[in-house]
Design a protein around this ligand. Sequence first.
Ligand SMILES: *[C@@H]1O[C@H](CO)[C@@H](O)[C@H](O)[C@H]1NC(C)=O
Length: 125
Amino acid sequence: MHASIAFSAVLAFIATAVSAAPASFAATDCNPSYDVASSTPCFTACNVVAGQEWVPGWTMDSTSALFIPSLTLMCTKTAPEYRSFMTKAGTCMAQCTADDPELFNTEFAGACAWWSTHKNDTCSA
Ligand SMILES: *[C@@H]1O[C@H](CO)[C@@H](O)[C@H](O)[C@H]1NC(C)=O
């Protein structure tokens, strides 16, 4: 069948293209307009761990299709899970004693400001 042969060829091409891409180049680039500086690895790890409960795969990787769902959890203050998420993340962040909390406050404010105008975006990749 021509259709299935062509489809296999496309898959093979994509597999080749992906494996040939440099490691720093993601296969998808959702949210190219996101330009907020990340805080620290310790703060980010706390959010990643806390977020999994509500958004499996929770990420601050703006190139990911899960980025907007992740920010929706972090930025929707009226959602029932918001308080639980922030409590869990905040309790963890208190252990990041070497890091200035202001760095996360700045990232949080910037990320949620970006999210408020991009929350309905879909990843075109
Ligand atoms: C996102 O979609 C909702 C529901 O359609 C709408 O009420 C809201 O204004 C939209 N927000 C933005 C930033 O486009």
